[in-house]
Design a protein around this ligand. Structure first.
Ligand SMILES: NC(=O)c1ccc[n+]([C@@H]2O[C@H](COP(=O)([O-])OP(=O)(O)OC[C@H]3O[C@@H](n4cnc5c(N)ncnc54)[C@H](O)[C@@H]3O)[C@@H](O)[C@H]2O)c1
Length: 261
């Protein structure tokens, strides 16, 4: 599905990352991968994953800094003449924003950081990769249901995800004439480093498994398989879309009829 295609993968922190499931599936389908990592702290955990997938290029890129993005893409351009796409699997909000009542805990600074790292960075990476993108290239990001429905503790990340989803549609409109597609996957909750920053995340997992039509949560591999499809030419007619990989949770308002007294 992805033979002879080259992709940049961001957001790999460790083997539990959604980016890990995506990278595995894309590599299994023939893609050549390059990893961008946030800082040196992550290198020890991600090097073995990159080795396993035959990816030799690992480049530091902190998306909160234009300089870091410029430096990273200069280096990418010196190694690869062109690319077939980029996976944006990055999200962040300060932990004090992800615990407690939305109105009480949300600050201007927390709001700005969440939107900058979790949404603007997708635009920034799209811009930076544009000179390298082949015709028919694909950009992909990861979002969550908190963009359209409120839930406890997810707070300002929900707003940032709403922005990210709009970002997906505007990028799709902007880049479509060049043949570049831009999509998002809305994944169900998965226990990862970022997810553990949301208070009471464990109870979210239980609630999902109880209510989702499939009666369980999803795996990073399942998200990865959909990512591989959306980045492949099999999805050539799909752009600006949010595809749910959540065991059907978003389609169900109630899983059982509450017992009457
Ligand atoms: N885990 C879930 O339940 C879930 C559900 C839906 C969507 N998502 C989204 O999936 C994406 C990946 O998250 P994950 O759950 O795999 O967690 P993760 O912690 O494994 O990955 C988050 C990544 O963001 C990167 N990052 C944060 N700030 C950065 C910066 N300044 N520069 C560069 N990279 C930075 C981290 O290095 C990390 O690799 C996020 O956008 C997250 O919101 C997660």
């Amino acid at each position: 599905m992805l033979n002879n295609k080259k992709f940049i993968i961001t957001g790999l922190a460790n083997k539990f990352s959604i980016a890990s499931g995506i990278a595995k599936s894309m590599a299994a389908h023939g893609a050549e991968l390059l990893f961008l990592y946030q800082n040196e702290r992550f290198l020890k955990k991600i090097k073995p994953i990159a080795d396993e997938l035959g990816a030799e290029l690992l480049i530091e890129c902190d998306v909160s800094s234009d300089k870091s993005i410029d430096r990273a893409f200069k280096e990418i351009g010196s190694k690869w003449e062109n690319i077939d796409g980029l996976v944006h699997s990055i999200g962040f909000a300060p932990s004090d924003q992800l615990e407690g009542d939305f109105t009480e805990v949300t600050t201007r600074e927390g709001f700005q950081i969440a939107h900058d790292i979790s949404s603007y960075s997708f635009t920034a990476l799209a811009k930076a990769s544009l000179p390298l993108l082949n015709k028919n290239a694909a950009l992909l990001t990861l979002t969550y249901l908190g963009s359209i429905q409120s839930l406890p503790n997810y707070n300002v990340m929900g707003l940032a995800k709403a922005s990210l989803e709009a970002n997906t549609r505007f990028l799709a409109a902007s880049l479509g004439k060049r043949g570049i597609r831009v999509n998002a996957i809305s994944a169900g909750p998965i226990k990862t480093l970022a997810a553990s920053g949301v208070k009471d995340f464990r109870s979210m997992l239980t609630e999902y498994a109880d209510r989702a039509p499939l009666g369980r949560t999803v795996t990073t591999e399942e998200v990865g398989n959909v990512a591989a499809f959306l980045c492949s030419d099999l999805a050539s007619g799909i752009t600006g879309e949010i595809t749910y990989v959540d065991a059907g949770f978003n389609t169900s308002a109630m899983s059982t009829i509450p017992k009457t007294e």
